[in-house]
Design a protein. Structure first.
Length: 649
């Protein structure tokens, strides 16, 4: 019998995998048994101050009813979840388009689903795992999420009321009695609010989970009559986002022999069951109103031209003043900066900006003391980051991580009118496509200001993280000089919204969000760049791999009349082209018959488009752009769908 060469045998040993056993994929930089997994999916793994940073961290020691995810009693569930997580992002499923860049949200989905199932089945689920679970359980989970978000799936309200009833023998509806008991047992803080540590211990969850859920925080206010009233923005949970993870979960189970007989491994049945949750009723990405967009850009320009020169002069003075401040261990970075600031007179406009930041925050998770005591240096640098982020995100039509990963520009005079952007969603693997995007000079100048401020800040506190030098955006805080954290972006944009007083027509404040900047660019480009004629260029600028995705993105924010106008314009282009597909020929014949002509060249395009617009409003046809490949070339064309009534006519 022939024996394979040693090297070839080793190759097969390395590359052969079984679905019924865990294997360590190359993108997992930690051990399978670790409670924290670090995923190499962002090209930013590095060592800073002796610690590994970057990538995506998955936590397996989260709390579950009666213990933690990595407790021995949950060993069956934990093994299955790790198995599913790996195979959902590796092998057949991973290569089919489930990018590692979404492994974090997928992991969250698994955790919330597991918590829901432990609450529903208890010991039975701990023993059998997902083989016990049916499609009805998945539907109920999504329904609970749609109704109340994570607070709904984790049944926080029920668990709190169960504590009042079973542990304290109190009727949850007797709010006055519950408050009296809770007050006697030290459940309230100095601000009159229930202590997160007390509530967490009562419900047997980590205290940090108590206040991060707006729905549950809103519920707890009934037990907090003497607390300062907070504003809770509780909206409909975007369940549609989690439908994708549910389908991916089902596809993965279908490939694992252990779950072959599981109801959840029937992907077609799962897709049918979760389809109703895909409808995004009233939950689209909002588009910044034109008036607010103009005010935002005007105020950002004012900041760059009027505030920034004062800001950089101020930071230079702070850095210079640090030389007279003791560097003994008794003084931390924040204290030394504060002492330096007190040694000179701060410009009145900069002081006013800082005082605006130090107002009492309204969010339920904001740390009021930390915000009110923040140094002027920290505040101004954060707001400048926010201004630069707006310019790069809006004028460059960039996603959040694309902005945060912009490379730092070198020293010297700033030249050029473009920025190299590494796209986040550019492939099914970990590869990144780079676009050279043209941008206005003020956006290029933003990168130069960040470079100059960073050089001064390095004199205040040297950076230990190599990414600080590599990336344009940075943050200075009590922990030192670090890359700007993506989780801080929406908070910074909120502060900018309040500082600039961005208000809608009804007087309500418009709180900026990162994804709104990209949408504002897209909608402005579409409406002012030639509508449907702008789609190919807009598709390139947005980094979409096909024009159909761009049209779907744009269409979400259009009114019915605007959709009809755009479809009529695309249909006009189609009937005037040499396209001989069946539906285009039908539509062309209908137009010629209506106008009584034998050739399209005899008709005015404006009149044809007006007629096609009326037909589109009546739903007689739809037009959409499609992208096809022809001899290696991408070709944009228009697909026409004719209604049955129009064909019969």
């Amino acid at each position: 019998m022939s024996i394979l060469p040693e090297g070839l045998a080793a190759f097969f040993d390395r590359t052969s995998r079984q679905f019924n056993a865990l294997h360590k994929p190359e993108w997992l930089s930690t051990d399978l048994t670790d409670s924290l997994w670090r995923i190499d999916n962002k090209d930013d793994l590095r060592v800073a101050s002796g610690k590994i940073k970057g990538g995506t961290v998955l936590t397996w020691n989260k709390d579950l009813p009666g213990g933690f995810w990595d407790d021995s009693q949950h060993s069956k569930i934990l093994e299955q979840c790790k198995l599913v997580t790996i195979w959902a992002h590796d092998g057949v499923i991973g290569l089919s388009g489930n990018s590692l860049r979404t492994i974090g949200p997928f992991h969250n989905y698994l955790y919330w689903f597991v918590e829901f199932l432990v609450l529903r089945y208890g010991e039975d689920f701990r023993f059998h795992g997902f083989t016990l679970v049916g499609i009805d359980d998945l539907v109920d989970f999504l329904a609970a999420f749609e109704a109340g978000g994570v607070a709904g799936t984790s049944r926080f309200v029920e668990r709190w009321e169960s504590y009042l009833k079973s542990e304290l023998a109190l009727d949850p509806t007797d709010v006055a009695g519950a408050i009296c008991y809770l007050r006697k047992h030290g459940a309230y803080g100095a601000d009159g609010r229930l202590k997160s540590k007390f509530v967490g211990a009562a419900m047997r969850v980590r205290s940090r989970r108590v206040r991060v859920l707006a729905q549950f925080s809103e519920y707890l206010t009934r037990y907090e009559p003497h607390a300062t009233r907070k504003t809770f923005k509780v909206g409909r949970s975007d369940t549609a986002n989690y439908v994708r993870w549910a389908v991916t979960f089902s596809k993965t189970l279908a490939y694992l022999p252990e779950f072959a007989s599981s109801e959840l491994s029937n992907t077609e049945a799962v897709i049918r069951a979760v389809h109703p949750f895909k409808i995004r009723l009233g939950n689209r990405t909002p588009t910044i109103p034109a008036a607010i967009g103009r005010k935002l850009l005007a105020r950002c320009c004012h900041w760059m031209m009027e505030i920034y020169p004062k800001l950089i002069d101020f930071i230079r003075k702070v850095a210079s003043g640090l030389t007279t401040v003791s560097t003994d261990s008794q003084f931390g970075l924040t204290k030394r900066i504060s002492l330096s600031e007190s040694s000179f007179c701060i410009d009145a406009e900069l002081a006013s900006v800082a005082e605006s930041w130090r107002r009492t925050p309204s969010g339920p998770t904001r740390r009021e003391a930390a915000q009110s005591n923040m140094t002027t240096t920290y505040i101004l640098l954060r707001l400048h980051n926010a201004v630069c982020y707006v310019f790069m995100g809006m004028l460059g039509c960039c996603r959040r991580q694309e902005v945060l990963e912009l490379p730092a520009i070198s020293r010297g005079k700033v030249t050029g009118t473009s920025v190299f952007v590494s796209l986040r969603k550019s492939g099914v693997d970990n590869s990144r496509r780079v676009l050279e995007k043209p941008m206005p000079k003020i956006a290029i100048d933003c990168l130069a200001t960040l470079r100059d401020l960073k050089l001064i800040c390095k004199n205040i506190e040297p950076a230990s993280d190599p990414l600080v030098d590599a990336l344009a955006f940075f943050q200075l805080s009590s922990t030192g000089l670090n890359p700007l954290d993506s989780s801080a972006i929406n908070g910074l944009l909120t502060e900018l919204s309040l500082l600039f007083d961005l208000r809608e027509e009804n007087g309500e404040i418009w709180l900026l969000r990162s994804h709104e900047l990209r949408r504002y660019f897209a909608m402005s480009f579409f409406h002012h760049g030639g509508l449907e004629n702008a789609l190919p260029a807009l598709s390139w600028f947005m980094g979409h791999n096909n024009i159909e995705k761009t049209w779907t993105y744009i269409k979400e924010s259009l009114t019915g009349r605007e959709v009809s106008e755009s479809e009529a314009a695309m249909a006009t282009s189609a009937v005037y082209s040499d396209d001989q597909t069946k539906n285009v020929k039908i539509l062309r014949a209908i137009v010629l018959k209506y106008f009584g002509c034998t050739s399209m060249s005899m008709l005015s395009e404006t009149e044809v488009q007006d007629y096609l617009e009326m037909m589109a409003e009546d739903g007689l046809y739809t037009a959409r752009p499609v992208q096809i490949k022809c001899a290696g070339q991408k070709v944009f064309t228009i697909a026409i769908s004719i209604s049955g009534g129009l064909v019969d006519a």
